[in-house]
Design a protein around this ligand. Structure first.
Ligand SMILES: *[C@@H]1O[C@H](CO)[C@@H](O)[C@H](O)[C@H]1NC(C)=O
Ligand SMILES: *[C@@H]1O[C@H](CO)[C@@H](O)[C@H](O)[C@H]1NC(C)=O
Length: 388
């Protein structure tokens, strides 16, 4: 078995840690790894299924389908409205939003903020990204997204400013954090309608010339929106929001490393260490392809009342997390593990994920990456995934 774990730190914009498992050889029956023996012998629950999956030969035809892009399933790109926009209406005031959550939630929040500025005829201040307690990323909007591009693409839709004019410079995050302020809208319901904003935020703009909405994540409904507003959200997401060049190049470098990993080798003659990029370990359909899995085998695994089949050490680790992190707030603990699993209330175990990958047609040649914040429950036996 060939198991490498590399922790790549220092990717500050996303603070993702990748645990990289290189899968080249399956674990033979009877071979022992240090991880497995630590666990007091976790048992595969589906060893018969595993055996037949291991013997299953995947046809070439199936393998080539596997890496084909999915069909569009009826989704279409948005089409630019044919209604020629008349001149921009007079601004009703400034809209500020403070976005919490991870980058993905913040991105949706930016789309919603543009939609709301549009409906209120307001001028949008470049959104403020809160520092997330998990990711601890202090990047601002300007650090992540190309602001000139953002403003330019949306110039016929709404007005956007980078900073408030001097007379409103008092309206900062600190100002709202320190006391109750009449310009702050803090009661926007989850998935509010456009009417809610017209009824509750427009009056604030009329009275003060500014409205600061916080919290704002997930505060605009998806359903029953005018088609023009939905189009505008798509335009923000797919056209207006582009990463700054250094984020794009870092992303491209990461994908290239994932496709063609760097490995350390030792020259057999001289004994010198050197690194090389793997470009040729595979040929055919899977070349340069990889599967990445985002498994929540962190404290979330303990949040379910489930057992993951990792044996005694894992059970102890889970119990500790249930007590210290969740302090007993674990749902469904009155059910047995079997009941929970049969009811579909358990995250898949590593073993089940291995079976799922095999059923989808991935073979033991597949390059597999686990993306994760931190795997806190170290004993969860990822080894069973390594059968593939
Ligand atoms: C991969 O699985 C096939 C059976 O499908 C087996 O013949 C082969 O030895 C396995 N490859 C490795 C590297 O273990
Ligand atoms: C925004 O401007 C348009 C065009 O001038 C106008 O029809 C609409 O009533 C305005 N909306 C609000 C909320 O004032």
């Amino acid at each position: 078995m060939n198991l490498h774990r590399h922790h790549h730190g220092g990717v500050s914009f996303s603070a993702l840690l990748f645990i990289i498992l290189s899968v080249f050889a399956p674990l033979g029956h009877g071979s022992s790894s240090p991880i497995l023996s630590e666990l007091n012998g976790p048992k595969l629950r589906h060893s018969r299924l595993f055996k037949s999956a291991l013997q299953h030969q995947v046809s070439d035809e199936h393998l080539s389908d596997l890496w084909e892009p999915l069909s569009n399933q009826g989704w279409k790109p948005f089409v630019e409205s044919t209604v020629t926009s008349s001149s921009m209406p007079e601004s009703s005031g400034f809209i500020q939003v403070f976005l919490d959550g991870g980058l993905n939630q913040q991105r949706m929040g930016i789309c919603d903020a543009v939609a709301i500025a549009k409906i209120l005829n307001a001028t949008l201040v470049i959104p403020y990204l809160e520092v997330n307690p998990v990711w601890q990323d202090t990047s601002t909007f300007e650090d992540i997204f190309d602001v000139d591009h953002f403003v330019n693409i949306l110039k016929d839709d709404i007005s956007i400013i980078r900073e408030l004019p001097d007379e409103y410079a008092w309206s900062t995050r600190e100002y709202y954090a320190s006391a109750i302020r009449s310009t702050r809208v803090k009661n926007a319901p989850l998935h509010a309608s456009l009417n809610w904003y017209l009824e509750n935020v427009y009056p604030v703009l009329e009275s003060y010339g500014i409205a600061a909405i916080s919290p704002f994540s997930h505060r605009l409904a998806f359903d029953n929106m005018p088609i023009e507003i939905q189009r505008l959200r798509c335009k923000v997401n797919f056209e207006a929001l582009v990463f700054v060049p250094h984020v794009r190049s870092l992303g491209e470098a990461l994908v290239s490393r994932l496709r063609y990993p760097i490995v350390e080798s030792i020259d057999a003659v001289s004994g010198t260490k050197y690194i090389r990029q793997v470009v040729d370990t595979k040929s055919g359909h899977g070349a340069g392809k990889f599967v990445s899995l985002h498994l929540r085998f962190d404290k979330m695994a303990a949040h379910s009342a489930c057992d993951f089949g990792g044996g005694k050490a894992e059970k102890l680790a889970l119990a500790k997390y249930r007590q210290t992190i969740w302090q007993g707030r674990v749902m469904n603990s009155r059910f047995t593990d079997e009941e929970l699993r049969n009811q579909g209330r358990c995250p898949l175990t590593p073993e089940e994920i291995g079976l799922l990958l095999a059923a989808l047609g991935f073979d033991n040649n597949t390059r597999l990456y686990l993306a994760s914040h931190k795997v806190r429950i170290y004993t969860l036996h990822f080894d069973s995934i390594l059968y593939y």
